[in-house]
Design a protein around this ligand. Structure first.
Ligand SMILES: Nc1nc2c(c(=O)[nH]1)N(C=O)[C@@H](CNc1ccc(C(=O)N[C@@H](CCC(=O)O)C(=O)O)cc1)CN2
Ligand SMILES: Nc1nc2c(ncn2[C@@H]2O[C@H](COP(=O)(O)OP(=O)(O)OP(=O)(O)O)[C@@H](O)[C@H]2O)c(=O)[nH]1
Ligand SMILES: [Mg+2]
Length: 460
């Protein structure tokens, strides 16, 4: 990929919208702007004043034919998103219109940007590091306040700074080890060994602390799925509606109402949760459609991150329910007793509740918030955030890199106690350092960058 050329892409979602933006970055951005934007303010001085929005006409550079009325801004390097000259063309947000503006940019000499290429250039040109570039995608993908604030914290560089703080003692220890490569061991001051050991222990503890945030960080970023299972009429669809505050699923007094899987994503205290409602489980189906629904429900059971077994609190415990609970034995579930606003006839003794019990009413909403909190607590360990609230890892790539770095530090400790020569010890520390550098992108390869940025959307 050449960074000398000029790229263009649609920056706004495709479809109808108030405004659509086409973004151009690279050395020809200004020239392209002159070819296809005719604005009153840009005429006389013969060009764009940087960082100023102009009103004018967007025209086809091939024949000067009108495309749209629009606005344009040129942001001269290095004060731009990519640190290159960036041109933005703002037109009406029409499906065809925005494409026509993009096509005009291509006609004027730009090339279509690859997915994530604007952000990749921001990284390659040193405006942001790799962890910050990755956070841009998380920003776009986030659906709850919590996942957004995780992404913002990473974009602001909290993770990068935490890593820098780990690298410093590692670099110092490496310098000490390397300084003693040429000296036989008995000439080395024992205080030096101690300094190295302390340094490495600090780094190792810091890595462990970051790794401890991963499980919670990942679920807050990516969300989880929760499957509602139970006998027909247990109140599954009513609970889906209560948790989501919608009328998403049909509720009726007829057992066997729901057949398809019905999903709705809700935010439970900022945790993105995909709640899945399913057919009630029973052996004697009304018809083959219900039978298929039951099959799909049970299939989903092993896939979901958490099962809620819903039990109608107004009915006595049935053999069917015991059978269902037993069939789930290998999959831990949270037992949810429903319809708590009505007189309760259910005796729970004899029914296992591996993850606890809670009682709710979809009708009065009693217990709904407590259930939401229980689901949240099941996935998010608040302890992971209490100590070092700023830096959290939520990305599998970062986790894998930290595990690798930790392993190299362990190798260092093992090799040191074996009395191996400092050359080898230095190698372990350098490997750890290089691994840490992969998160922020000091050590990286084109393949890694291709992998990361290919999952971006075009135009970002
Ligand atoms: N119209 C528009 N809105 C947008 C973006 C954009 O590209 N265009 N952004 C795209 O993601 C986001 C804003 N992110 C940006 C980040 C940095 C710079 C930038 O120019 N930074 C320079 C200069 C800062 C300055 O002028 O002081 C720098 O940091 O060197 C611009 C946008 C969200 N909103
Ligand atoms: N009073 C009261 N009635 C409820 C409550 N939850 C559900 N119901 C009633 O119980 C019946 C069954 O509710 P659904 O939510 O359709 O039950 P389901 O588990 O989805 O049933 P299927 O889709 O047939 O498996 C309906 O008549 C609901 O109005 C509740 O909290 N309180
Ligand atoms: Mg239902």
């Amino acid at each position: 990929m050449y960074i000398r050329d000029t790229i263009a892409a649609i920056a706004t979602p495709l479809g109808s919208g108030g405004v659509g933006i086409v973004r151009v970055s690279g050395p020809d951005a200004e020239q392209i702007g002159r070819k296809l934007f005719k604005g009153s303010g840009t005429k006389n001085g013969g060009g764009f004043e940087s960082h100023r929005l102009f009103y004018g006409r967007l025209v086809n550079p091939l024949d000067d034919g009108l495309i749209d009325e629009g606005m344009a801004v040129l942001m001269r390097a290095p004060r731009s998103y990519t640190r290159e000259d960036v041109l933005e063309l703002h037109c009406h947000g029409g499906y065809y219109l925005v494409r026509a503006v993009l096509q005009a940019c291509i006609s004027a000499g730009a090339r279509l940007a690859e997915p994530g290429e604007f952000t990749r250039r921001a990284f390659l040109n040193g405006r942001i590091d790799l962890a910050q570039a990755e956070s841009v995608m998380d920003l776009i993908a986030s659906r709850t306040e919590r996942s957004l604030s995780l992404a913002q914290s990473q974009r602001e560089g909290h993770l990068s700074r935490a890593l820098a703080a780990l690298k410093a003692p590692l670099v110092e220890s490496l310098a000490l080890v390397e300084a003693h490569i040429d000296f036989p061991e008995d000439e080395v001051d024992p205080a030096v060994f101690e300094a190295i050991e302390t340094g490495i222990a600090t780094v190792s503890a810091g890595i462990s602390r970051l790794l401890a945030t991963f499980a919670s960080g990942k679920v807050l970023r990516d969300g989880v799925s929760v499957l509602l299972l139970g006998l027909p009429n247990a109140g599954k669809s009513s609970l889906l509606n209560a948790l989501s505050g919608t009328d998403r699923a049909i509720v009726s007094a007829l057992p066997g109402t729901t057949r398809d899987l019905i999903e709705e994503t809700v935010s439970l205290q900022g945790l993105p949760v995909k709640v899945i409602d399913a057919a009630g489980i029973r052996a004697h189906h009304a018809d083959c459609v219900e039978q298929e629904g039951v099959r799909r429900a049970l299939d989903k059971a092993s896939e979901a991150d958490l099962l809620l077994l819903l039990v109608d609190g107004t009915a006595p415990l049935s053999d069917e329910l015991l059978e269902l609970a037993t069939s789930l034995a290998a999959l831990p579930y949270l037992l949810v007793v429903t319809k708590s606003d009505l007189p309760q006839l259910l005796d729970l003794s004899g029914l296992a509740a591996p993850l606890g019990v809670c009682s709710v009413s979809a009708k009065s909403r009693a217990g709904i918030d407590r259930l939401a909190a229980q689901i949240y607590d099941h996935f998010v360990q608040s302890s992971a955030f209490s100590s070092d609230a700023a830096a959290v890892i939520s990305n599998v790539r970062h986790r894998d890199v930290l595990v690798r770095a930790q392993r190299s530090l362990q190798d260092f400790a093992d090799n040191q106690s074996l009395g191996l020569p400092p050359e080898l010890l230095a190698l372990d520390l350098r490997t750890a350092l290089a691994a840490l550098g992969e998160i922020t992108g000091e050590t990286t390869t084109d393949d890694l960058l291709d992998l990361i940025f290919s999952s971006f959307c075009i135009g970002k």
